[in-house]
Ligand binder design. Structure first.
Ligand code: PMP
Length: 360
């Protein structure tokens, strides 16, 4: 008689809920921090040519050397640092956790943070410690340093800017965390394109610092390409856990091509930053809405008039606009919602729908 899943699968996996991706067909999709703009037609035609002639009968270049060279150039990665690629930065978080998951080892982050930090700790059998941020979503350094001393985490993930709050933490405070950490600190710069700050320049200074980036928010979410930058002594070990062909040939070719035109993506990011300012201002002007400062391509806001963010979320959905309801995910996010900055037209639809809801 075969055993049932609940007799065999680890209890902590049985207790998990899968990462939920809501259906979005036909909706104004402002829930997943995607770049709303497409690439110019000429570039898309070049991409079509590349895809048509790609040797998809062969395994891809396992080291993706050519793509890495393009990334090094486009992202100004220091010569002395190595690069490891992941199928999205999600996969890199998983590789790091797998490498550090000795029995009893702790992964630490702040709360609220990107949910995959906690989930991947569970996937890999690590302990997890999430240190609450202050009510204004800044780092609580006393709590952070005390938790580091208590838990001795082997790895700390800090998203800079943070998701879902959108803010950049104080750089000095992050440096103090790196200095106090007994293990590595991964600064996750997924939203770097929308912020004017980076720890790339600190890699040389801190031997326990690793830096993560992704092309997802820049406009290539569908390709799935994330990268880790750091010293070779760390990356040589982590590379052992990377599955040999994790980056497909089509991703390699297209990402390299688009990176040669990185200025287009950066211009799109600039437009998003301009729209972010417009949207923040309009949201701030609405009665019953509190807007939090953001350095990312999304805005966190709290509704103070209606009883529940759930009502706003559902009301927007009924009007064809999909955002993210964060109420219930953490006490600090009571009645909070997160909206990705889209095109001016999409943002206007969202704002009109929200305004209509708040008046009812
Ligand atoms: N880090 C942060 C902070 C994120 O918000 C996200 C995406 N939501 C990721 C990493 C993962 O991005 P991807 O796997 O698309 O590279």
């Amino acid at each position: 008689m075969p055993s049932s899943p609940d007799q065999i699968i680890r209890p902590e996996i049985l207790a998990l809920s899968a990462y939920h991706v809501p259906p979005a067909s036909g909706m104004v999709k402002l829930d997943a921090m995607e770049n709303p703009y497409s690439l110019p037609l000429e570039l898309r035609e070049e991409i079509a040519q590349l895809a048509a002639s790609a040797p998809i009968n062969r395994y891809p270049d396992a080291s993706a050397a050519s793509l890495k060279a393009a990334l090094r150039e486009a992202l100004a990665i220091p010569d002395r640092m190595d690069i490891m690629l992941g199928n999205g930065s999600d996969e890199i978080i998983q590789i790091i956790a797998l490498a550090f998951a000795r029995p009893g080892a702790m992964l630490m982050s702040v709360e609220p943070a990107f949910v995959m930090f906690r989930m991947i700790a569970t996937f890999t059998g690590m302990g997890y410690a999430g240190v609450p941020l202050k009510a204004d979503f800044s780092l609580d350094m006393d709590a952070m340093l005390a938790a580091i001393a208590r838990h001795q985490p082997v790895v700390i993930f800090i998203a800079y800017p943070n998701n879902p709050t959108g803010n950049l933490f104080d750089a000095e405070a992050v440096s103090r965390i790196i200095e106090a950490a007994p293990g590595v600190v991964v600064v996750d710069e997924a939203y770097h394109a929308f912020a004017d700050a980076s720890f790339m320049g600190k890699l040389a200074q801190y031997p326990n610092l690793l830096l993560m980036r992704t092309l997802s928010k820049l406009g290539l979410a569908g390709l799935r390409l994330g990268l880790l930058v750091g010293r070779s002594e760390w990356l040589i070990q982590l590379e052992k856990l990377r599955l040999p062909y994790n980056i497909g040939i089509v991703t390699q070719l297209i990402a390299e091509k688009v990176l040669q035109h990185c200025d287009i993506l950066l211009q799109q990011a600039e437009s998003i930053k301009i729209e972010r300012a417009v949207m923040s201002e309009r949201l701030t002007a609405m009665d019953g809405v509190k807007v939090f400062p953001t350095d990312a391509n999304f805005i966190l806001f709290r509704v103070t008039q209606l009883n529940e963010a759930g009502e706003v979320f559902q009301g927007l959905k009924n009007r064809g606009v999909l955002i993210k309801n964060l109420d219930g995910s953490h006490p600090l996010l009571k009645n909070c919602l997160r909206v990705t900055v889209g095109t001016p037209g999409e943002n206007a639809q969202f704002l009109v729908a929200l305004q209509a809801l708040l008046k009812t």
